[in-house]
Ligand binder design. Structure first.
Ligand SMILES: Nc1ncnc2c1ncn2[C@@H]1O[C@H](COP(=O)(O)OP(=O)(O)O)[C@@H](O)[C@H]1O
Ligand SMILES: *[C@@H]1O[C@H](CO)[C@@H](O)[C@H](O)[C@H]1NC(C)=O
Ligand SMILES: *[C@@H]1O[C@H](CO)[C@@H](O)[C@H](O)[C@H]1NC(C)=O
Length: 335
């Protein structure tokens, strides 16, 4: 190890090692680093055992990886796939974004909204969803009681501020956004707005992802109408779904999103529609699940699992009611 690596190591210890080392005098720290150097020379991989930190070693966007994952692992979502790749790439390649990236993913249950969030995290953070810079909030889990809304608001703002202060490249995922109290959504607003800084903290490099079923029904109607024309699903374009999505999201007075100023202030950068999944996609999900478990591919089993799910509308039985959601447990039953 030369002296430059030596310095880098010391710096890493100071930046990532936490508070304890910072208060030790430099002399001792240098001594410790010298002792560690010998240790590290014999165990080069020990580096990876260091605590995750907010640096390029742990956080760097892999466009090739995201593209490959979206193409090979996400089924039946050609529109969402394209928007996500463009949006995330554009944002991550911009060194000076004017605001945080805000994506709002909409669609029927079990169609891949959580899954896509995971693919995005996997290709930004070394530790993917396990990264300490990725935060998931579920209304039922984190904010269950409407009566405590004021407490939740304060807590959520506190968390977001604290986490972004620790690491500008933080990611916040809000699941079941449509079940979230509008007041709570409003409390996120300042963070996703075009502010240079808010109380000395810049939120411009953070990513916010909202997941909801809002608009799912109208996306399904549009997709079903398209299916009935006999055309290839891949020919369905964003503009075909966009109208039904925006009508459902903007004009639905029961949707939490509608009540908030997130939408009318144009703070959401992309509304991403997720299409309902067909039988063939469910078969693909089952095959993928087998592969993930290290099992040999078994198309018969995949078909068996897929045919046990329920499909709608009753007349045509085109789309899976739960998308790919119950595949895992169905497979367990057969194995
Ligand atoms: N379009 C898809 N392509 C591949 N796998 C999918 C897809 N949709 C769902 N899945 C699988 O089903 C599981 C549940 O989907 P999820 O992303 O949680 O649905 P949602 O968030 O839209 O309700 C995922 O973990 C994934 O394994
Ligand atoms: C990016 O992803 C590709 C495809 O998964 C992978 O082969 C490559 O090693 C990754 N690059 C980095 C720098 O991690
Ligand atoms: C970051 O967010 C988590 C919730 O995901 C919270 O528990 C934690 O206290 C926050 N950290 C800070 C420093 O605010």
């Amino acid at each position: 190890m030369n002296s430059r690596q030596h310095q880098t190591l010391l710096l890493l210890l100071l930046v990532c090692g936490g508070g304890a080392i910072e208060i030790i005098s430099t002399g001792i720290a240098v001594g410790m680093a010298a002792a560690l150097t010998g240790f590290l020379a014999s165990y080069p991989n020990i580096f990876y055992y260091f605590h995750e930190c907010c640096r390029a070693e742990w956080i760097s966007f892999n466009k090739t990886g995201l593209q490959a994952d979206l193409e090979s692992q996400l089924f039946g979502q050609h529109i969402a796939s394209r928007i996500i790749l463009k949006a995330v790439t554009g944002f991550m390649n911009n060194n000076n974004p004017k605001k945080p990236l805000v994506l709002s993913l909409h669609g029927w249950t079990g169609t891949g909204k959580n899954f896509v969030s995971q693919l995005i995290a996997d290709n930004i953070y070394k530790k993917g969803m396990d990264s300490s810079f990725v935060h998931i909030f579920t209304s039922e889990l984190h904010f269950p009681h409407a009566s405590q809304i004021e407490t939740y608001k304060t807590q959520l703002q506190h968390w977001i501020r604290g986490n972004v202060t620790n690491c500008a490249h933080s990611m916040f995922i809000f699941d079941e956004m449509d079940k979230m109290h509008p007041g709570l959504i409003d409390s996120i607003k300042p963070f996703v707005d075009y502010y240079e800084k808010l109380d000395g903290v810049s939120y411009r490099k953070a990513i916010f992802i909202f997941l909801s079923n809002a608009g799912g029904e109208s996306i399904t109607h549009t997709t079903l109408d398209f299916w009935k024309t006999g055309k290839d699903r891949e020919e369905l374009a964003l503009k075909d779904v966009e109208m039904s999505l925006s009508l459902a999201v903007f004009n639905n007075k029961n949707s939490g999103l509608w009540h908030t100023s997130l939408i009318d202030k144009n703070l959401v950068d992309f509304f991403v529609p997720f299409l309902p999944l067909e039988y063939r996609h469910v078969v693909q999900c089952a095959m993928a699940e087998m592969e993930a478990r290290g099992l040999p591919p078994n198309p018969d089993l995949a078909n068996q699992v897929a045919s046990e799910l329920t499909y709608f509308p009753k007349s045509d039985r085109v789309f899976s009611v739960k998308g790919c959601k119950t595949i895992e447990s169905k497979l367990d039953y057969y194995l």
